[in-house]
Design a protein around this ligand. Structure first.
Ligand code: MLT
Length: 203
């Protein structure tokens, strides 16, 4: 997996996963805004869809190739564990932040592994897999943002995702904006607040 690693020799690491067509550099600026002292690890999805990087295959917009999503989810988890070991990082202090396609694979990671990383920031996610036996979440920390006018992600689908995670024991902070599928300034401020309150305070 291609990546960009900024090692600030911190015990905290923010892992950043781009949306469709992005790369490992895309979300570094968000990491720098929320925690300038943390190590930053920007990842590049391994799937190439007509020249656009993604973290898993899709059959068409909004319809995922579930076998590939499961395979890439397991690969991502293994990659992060190995990366942490090699670079002497504490993976339980990693915060995973993803936008759109990047948020969807983090949602799948949460479904599969539960509370493994310190916190998860899902910007404009969808339900990754239907009819999946989600593992116990044990107060897993999750921030979810949605656009109530998002043309790509139906708003009710994000509400369902929040409910599924809460029903399995996750502690979810859910924020709604009206900027379609785009990130907004207000959203960045809310992420900063969540991170300060839930990540910095507990470390
Ligand atoms: C996906 O994973 O396909 C998305 O949520 C939509 C996108 O990234 O374009």
């Amino acid at each position: 997996m291609d990546y960009k690693f900024i090692n600030n020799e911190s015990d905290r690491t923010i892992v950043l996963l781009h949306g469709t067509g992005g790369d490992e550099n895309d979300l570094i600026f968000i990491g720098q805004q929320i925690d300038p002292k943390a190590n930053l690890l920007g990842l590049r999805g391994r799937i190439n869809e007509h020249g656009m990087n993604r973290f898993f295959r899709r059959i068409k917009p909004g319809v995922f190739d579930i076998d590939n999503l499961v395979e890439e989810t397991k690969y991502l988890h293994k990659f992060l564990q190995t990366f942490a070991k090699i670079n002497q990082l504490d993976s339980s202090k990693m915060v995973l932040l993803g936008f759109s396609n990047g948020a969807n694979i983090i949602a799948s990671l949460i479904y599969h592994y539960g509370k493994f990383y310190q916190a998860h920031i899902l910007l404009h996610p969808m339900i990754p897999i239907r009819n999946f036996k989600v593992v116990k979440q044990d107060q897993n920390l999750v921030f979810i943002s949605a656009g109530d006018n998002d043309p790509i992600v139906p708003f009710s689908e994000v509400q369902d995702l929040v409910e599924i995670l809460e029903n399995h024991g996750a502690e979810v902070e859910f924020k709604v904006y009206s900027f379609g599928h785009s990130l907004s300034e207000k959203e960045l401020i809310d992420i900063q607040k969540f991170y300060k309150k839930k990540v910095i305070k507990s470390s």
